[in-house]
Design a protein around this ligand. Structure first.
Ligand code: SAM
Length: 216
């Protein structure tokens, strides 16, 4: 699951994870975030409508994705031409209340995240293979301010193949990755078998989403 894999997916317009209407768990649980104009960081944001939805509610939004097609698609959706500038290893785009960094998530430093209050992780952690998940969470925990609130949507499916993305991530793994934070709780858990590809359910038939609320 290297960067070339994702670039290829975007170049070929193969983005089955994209939700045109945004994420219903974010809509249900946005009140767990500090109130607007808090700054919400969306790692591996793609062209997620969630960034626009958050900005419409008065949040400031910072996204990062390695694919220029994703970020250009996002601003096109908003009918905005963003201001673009080089920022170290990133191309920084800015329009309205939405700033995005085009580049590698692992190059984002605490200098980029020092004002972040909340994180929305949907299809980011679960898009990564096991060895990268540890690296990803370690990086987030090292670079985000203490007190940041994370809303994380995880996915688990039982049996069948586990060749993601998206990957099935056990609750025990999430608890291990976030061990030692100020608090971690499951605030919802529901079946989502009707929303995942039939190939993922082969031999298993059931998939579940869990919504986690984490305070660093
Ligand atoms: C499964 S998609 C999810 C996108 C978005 N979160 C959503 O819900 O629509 C994963 C995204 O992560 C991006 N990505 C993967 N590895 C990355 C990395 N190392 N740095 C930045 N973005 C990355 C990909 O380009 C892709 O857009």
């Amino acid at each position: 699951m290297n960067n070339a894999f994702w670039r290829e997916a975007w170049r070929n317009n193969r983005t089955p994870w994209h939700q045109r209407e945004g994420d219903s768990d974010l809509h249900r649980f946005v009140d767990k975030f500090p109130p607007p104009p808090a700054l919400v960081f969306v790692p591996m944001c793609g062209k997620s409508y969630d960034l626009i939805w958050l900005a419409q509610r008065g949040y400031s939004v910072l996204g990062v994705d390695l694919a220029p097609e994703a970020l250009q698609g996002l601003y096109a959706e908003m009918n905005h031409t963003p201001v673009q500038q080089q920022d170290g290893p990133f191309v920084r785009y800015h329009a309205g209340d939405i700033t995005t960094l085009e580049g590698d998530m692992f190059a984002v430093g605490s200098e980029h995240l020092e004002h972040v209050n909340a994180v929305f992780d949907r299809a980011a952690l679960i898009a990564l293979p096991p060895e990268m998940r540890q690296r990803y969470v370690t990086h987030l925990r090292k670079t985000l301010p203490v007190g940041t609130v994370i809303l994380l949507i995880s996915l688990d499916y039982h049996g069948g193949h586990d060749e993601g993305p998206p990957f099935s991530v056990a609750h025990s793994e999430i608890e291990r990755l976030y061990h030692g934070v100020a608090s971690i709780e499951q605030i919802d858990h529901y079946e989502c078998s009707d929303r995942v590809s039939p190939a993922m359910l082969e031999g298993s038939r059931r998939a579940f989403n869990t919504v986690w609320l984490i305070h660093l």
